[in-house]
Design a protein around this ligand. Sequence first.
Ligand code: ATR
Length: 288
Amino acid sequence: MRTIDGKTKICGLIGNPVEHTLSPLIHNTLAEVLSENLAYAPFLVQEEGLEMAVKGAFALHVQGLNVTVPYKSRILRHTVALDELAARIGAVNTLVRQQDGYKGYNTDMTGLRRAMLSDGVDIAGRKVVVLGAGGAARAVAFMCAFYKAERVYLLNRTLEKAERIAAEVNESAGRDFVQAMPLADYGRLPAGKFIVIQGTSVGLAPEGERAVIEDVAFYEKVQVGYDLIYRPFQTKFMGLVEAAGGEACNGLKMLLYQGVEAFEHWTGRTVSEALADRVYEEMKKAIT
Ligand code: ATR
């Protein structure tokens, strides 16, 4: 058991709600294994207290914070600097202490990329299909632009939302590479194998066994499918990908690596793949 003393670095999570978070498990496990004198706790913050919470954390010498719903966009105005990817997306999930305040990062997206790289999947130069046009899918589309995917097909039930994101990302990237499509038009995707990222809420527990596209013909085009959902651990989307011969992954790895990258920012340490795997096993135990 680690002890807290006068030199313990304090980190935490701000959001509402926070009680189901796996982040304390991630950071306290990393700290323990790496003998890093750091403690991590969740902080429930009401909307009207957000600014005070950030100022208070800085005054208390808190080293870093994760930021979760509903504050990932609102937190930007309380930062003193922004990482370039976070600035492009307009969403921050990690604050890192600087001399005069906190710098904002989006390790949700650098974490997703790292999760993919750890599986040997690199989006650079690849065609990517993103399902959904909510906050998560929007961030994924920006991430694809930032890390040089060749093309993104953004499919959503409500076409206008996908069109809005496509226009935004294309403008920010200075190239016309995101194409918005109605979800029902998945049959019009060009031939070939795609990396597919499932960013809709369809299939999320306790809603039951559903996938946003149930037609097996679509899954013939999936080389590797990432579901951003991790409850349930095995989603119907993943089952359909695997049944068609593709590789499937859930969102727990992305959650792991967003934490790993935040921890690295806060401590300057490097988390090995072996240690990340160990933390992943602990997370799996906690949710299944
Ligand atoms: P988040 O911010 O977590 O990404 P969100 O903004 O609520 O979540 O977005 C949910 C996504 O799931 C949207 O793309 C939504 O499609 P619409 O934009 O058409 O609403 C998608 N979604 C939710 N239920 C769906 C369903 N039954 N069929 C298809 N898409 C669905």
